[in-house]
Design a binder for this molecule. Structure first.
Ligand SMILES: [Fe+2]
Length: 406
């Protein structure tokens, strides 16, 4: 069991309530509130949480306003966004997720990806959250940025579109998502990194900027799907931050002039892995937070039928799900196996073009005027070699770009 695979004993507990419940249980697993087994926070995790709690006392209670941006900030030597497709008429994008452990598996997957990036002419990369395990960075210049991002990805010298994960925004309990303000440190770090691109907690990047072929929309799913209730009113599920983000995405997707639209998020809409899908994460179907019910609502009303792809992590698996009537033609992809793996089996039955629940890996997205192509690779950690396991293609955009003639 991975230490980040924490599930609260009941939905919408605060971190304090969760920890008190754990103390009262004195090591005895809590009684599940659903039919599924409940995992419990272990001793080492609690020690880590206590250290994070000390830092929590000095954190600001409010985050900066969100930003949407399409150009690189003025970081000296920052790797530029590709301005033109490659010789094959494509933009090639590396997709990784849940990578920030700093352990051998992360370095092995990155090494294998580096070889593929050179062969495929990768011009851009994506990190789908949980960028810095276990609690996110302790400062804007935490050495973890080096050990868990810059060093392993050395040689993949392109802009990385980074998304916030629950581990990047955790408070007392690692992975809880209970302190979204910690994500601001990752936004600040982008101001000094040549690779790490995060101009705000959510943002969009059209590619190329002048006449976009594809536009990426990076969103923050954490306050809608944290394992604990948000105490800061700013980050409540119905607070100003999430209302503003939803309003922004609701306007930005249909306003995009790009042929292809890709949403980048940590928590998936649909998921055959053990964490399950939005609205019923980890077996919870009640509560404003743990279940992800408000994220489900947002996906269904704002994203489905408007975006071609949702690229997500959180589950440490590789899944290329099929577009369906339920999704309005939008395809869900899960790519969260860039440092960790899962239990080797599917837990749900959403239609899948291909899926893998046991191997490390990454994906490459190729975008041209004619098609989207998703290449799924698994990686053998011992040899640091990647194997192409599946290629999925789609040729019809889900929605016409803004300004297109009917
Ligand atoms: Fe996660």
């Amino acid at each position: 069991m991975c230490e980040d695979e924490l599930i609260p004993p009941q939905a919408d507990m605060t971190e304090q309530e969760w920890l008190r419940a754990g103390s009262a249980a004195a090591g005895t697993p809590p009684v599940p509130t659903t039919g599924r087994a409940v995992q419990w926070v272990n001793r080492r995790t609690l020690l880590g949480g206590a250290m994070a709690g000390a830092a929590l006392a000095v954190l600001p209670s409010q985050a900066q306003s969100p930003a949407a941006a399409a150009t690189r900030p003025g970081v000296p030597g920052a790797f530029p966004f590709p301005e033109h497709p490659d010789g094959k008429g494509e933009f090639a994008i590396l997709v990784t997720g849940d990578a920030g452990t700093g352990d051998e598996a992360q370095y092995a997957v990155a090494a294998a990806a580096r070889d593929v990036c050179r062969a495929e002419g990768i011009g851009l990369a994506v990190g789908l959250g949980d960028n810095i395990y276990e609690n996110g960075p302790e400062s804007d210049h935490d050495s973890e940025f080096q050990d868990k991002f810059e060093k392993p990805n050395n040689g993949i010298d392109v802009p990385w579109l980074m998304v916030l994960g629950n581990h990047d925004c955790s408070g007392l309990i690692p992975g809880s998502g209970g302190d979204p303000s910690r994500g601001d440190r990752e936004v600040s770090y982008a101001k000094t990194s040549k690779r790490w691109y995060m101009p705000g907690r959510y943002y969009s990047v059209p590619l190329p900027a002048a006449e976009p072929l594809v536009e990426f929309f990076a969103i923050d799913t954490i306050p809608w799907s944290s394992y604990v209730a948000q105490l800061d009113p700013y980050y409540r599920w119905d607070g100003p931050y999430m209302r503003e983000q939803r309003s922004w995405l609701d306007g930005a997707l249909p306003a995009s002039r790009a042929r292809w639209k890709v949403v980048l998020s940590h928590h998936p809409y649909l998921n055959n892995g053990k964490h399950g899908s939005a609205g019923s994460y980890d077996g919870f179907e009640i509560g404003n937070y743990t279940s992800g019910v408000h994220l489900k609502d947002m996906y269904e009303k704002v994203v489905c039928g408007r975006a071609d792809l949702i690229l997500s992590g959180h589950d440490h698996t590789l899944q290329i799900l099929e577009p369906t009537a339920r999704t309005g033609g939008t395809r869900q992809v899960v790519c969260g196996a860039s440092a960790k793996t899962e239990d080797g089996k599917a837990h749900f039955t959403h239609p899948a073009a291909w899926q893998n629940f046991s191997d490390h890996g990454f994906m490459v997205l190729k975008v041209s005027g004619a098609r989207l192509t998703i290449d799924a690779y698994t990686v053998d950690v011992a040899t640091r070699k990647a194997t192409l396991r599946h290629r999925a293609r789609q040729t019809r955009p889900v929605a016409a770009p803004a300004g297109a003639h009917a």
